[in-house]
Design a protein. Structure first.
Length: 287
């Protein structure tokens, strides 16, 4: 922990110095435990650094309340609400990469692209499967509802992008290589501080694990959002269907089943008004 914390502090120092001071950067703050730890570390070094929260409109009420206990917070709102996103683009299912692959498969007439999205391609005797639909999810191609990875783009990325264009501030994100294979590949490829790109960003917690996060919380006695005490392993958008199978296998209960007990009004809105029932039924996921 000592070594990881020192590396994170050095990463933050380099980022701040590269952009001319703490007034030129910000911490992307979701209210979750990872970004809470990042904000604590950053403000230990630079007490006045701004934190920016994107309120998607479907956050846990505990998250909203927790975020608003902090000073110097900028709260953003998306231009398109979630019900419009799923209407136009589709539901986020399984994972970002699977949703994207299914969407690309469905929205092309090119047989070569369809072939690649399902089966990959072989070049020089080597099989390439990045961006393909795993066979276990092929059945989702025939679903009657739309599927897409666009929700994160419209509800979170776009508000942050607009904020950065308006202010010129550069972000620090609480993402970790241990979050997903996609993030692991990206961090291994580009490192913690990414300068030479259209969207510069810093990932000071890139080398941390979930255990490291909880160790830091315990060691420095940092309060985290009360929603974790209700049994949720992660926060974020309440309607998100990424990782449901893993939740079921790991804890024996997924977020929709838990939400039915802890937040019945939110549950009713997601399942019945937004139409998550149709998606979960098709995927045979209990709720």
């Amino acid at each position: 922990m000592k070594n990881k914390l020192k590396q994170t502090q050095d990463t933050i120092h380099c980022w701040v110095e590269a952009w001319g001071g703490p007034e030129n950067v910000y911490v992307a703050f979701s209210g979750g435990k990872d970004s809470t730890v990042l904000l604590h570390i950053a403000r230990t070094l630079y007490p006045n650094i701004v934190a920016v929260f994107s309120n998607t409109g479907l956050e846990f009420p505990e998250i909203i309340k927790f975020v608003r206990t902090f000073d110097n917070i900028v709260e953003l709102r998306p231009r398109i609400p979630f019900h419009k996103v799923i209407e136009r683009y589709g539901w986020p299912v399984v994972s970002k990469s699977v949703s994207m692959a299914i969407s690309r498969y469905r929205n092309t007439k090119d047989p070569a692209v369809k072939q690649y999205r399902k089966h990959g391609r072989t070049v020089g005797g080597k099989k390439y499967t990045a961006g393909t639909i795993p066979k276990k999810w092929w059945y989702l191609i025939d679903s009657e509802f739309k599927i897409s990875e666009q929700c994160c783009t419209h509800l979170k990325k776009n508000p942050f992008t607009s904020f950065e264009r308006r202010t010129g501030l550069k972000p620090m994100l609480g993402i970790m290589a241990s979050d997903s294979n996609m993030r692991l590949r990206d961090i291994n490829s580009r490192g913690c501080n990414v300068y030479d790109t259209k969207k510069p960003q810093s990932r000071p917690l890139a080398h941390w694990s979930e255990k490291d996060i909880y160790d830091y919380i315990k060691e420095f006695d940092i309060p985290i959002c009360s929603v974790y005490s209700l049994g949720y392993q992660r926060t974020g958008c309440v309607f998100c269907m990424y990782g449901l199978y893993q939740e079921q296998e790991k804890a024996g209960i997924n977020r929709f089943q838990l939400m039915k007990k802890t937040h019945p009004q939110l549950y009713n809105y997601c399942i019945n008004k937004l139409g998550a029932k149709e998606v979960l039924d098709f995927m045979k996921i209990p709720y």
